[in-house]
Design a protein around this ligand. Sequence first.
Ligand SMILES: Cc1cc2nc3c(=O)[nH]c(=O)nc-3n(C[C@H](O)[C@H](O)[C@H](O)COP(=O)(O)O)c2cc1C
Length: 275
Amino acid sequence: MTPDPSQATRPVQTPEQVRAFFDAHRTVRQYVTAPDGAPIPLPEAHLDTILHAAQRAPTDATAQLYSFVRLVDPAVRAQVAALTNNAHVATASEAFVVCADVRRTRRVLEVAGHAPGHWPAIAVHFGIGDAVMAGTNLLTAAEMLGYQGCWIGGVLNGLEGILDLLRLPAGVLPFAALTIGTSAEDAPYRPRVPRPLVIHTDAYTDGTDDDIRAATEHMRPIAARPGKPGDWALLLKMYFGAGGGMEAREPHLVAALKRQGLWAGEGTPAGPSGQ
Ligand SMILES: Cc1cc2nc3c(=O)[nH]c(=O)nc-3n(C[C@H](O)[C@H](O)[C@H](O)COP(=O)(O)O)c2cc1C
């Protein structure tokens, strides 16, 4: 008999079990493949379960402002791997491009005969939020099944090419790719910023310079990956400092927001979002 999902109960785990589960999380970039390097697909029941988990994510205003593009064709995988500079897009068991998507909501309104509003900033805010929540559910479900994965913000390295390749229409904006597979590497446990700098009580509080220095030292191992500088502040400088990678990405993201009808800044055309 098929279980009734409305009656489902959740087995309760102990705090230690929950901590152990999240402590076993690793971003993994090398996956078990076939001898020729081709991806080994997930068993159908596992794929179905991670997609189900993605869609069980909570969502703003009931809308589900996201879409995933599942990458199956090896040629498409190879192109996304090249456009993102992340080779494991080609070798993972599963690879997705996780997108904010306000187009479908607009279509629901139009099909029902209602005029869509104009809310491009809201679209980005809640669209990215919904996309991240669904993607996180998918990755967590995959980890529950024994897989590991990797988010790939590298989509911002080749945004225009990805819009073209995946034929993403107005109202749809890639957030990141997400790969899933069986780990073929011994990935380290990577630290996080000490809790008092991240979890504030009742009001935001800045840490002292010494707190920041201690956090920077604590985070050093995360910058120790081959090709990285071994110093967290230096790594952040490469990404977020003047002349760093994020400044290089910025104009491409702005161009993509404009192209997809999601730009809320100066020069915004009046009209429904996602047009
Ligand atoms: C939004 C997002 C984008 C990321 N982009 C990349 C990426 O493009 N390439 C990559 O190898 N790892 C990427 N990562 C993985 C991070 O480097 C990784 O999560 C971080 O170093 C912490 O390591 P851990 O997940 O093993 O704890 C990304 C993670 C997130 C959440």
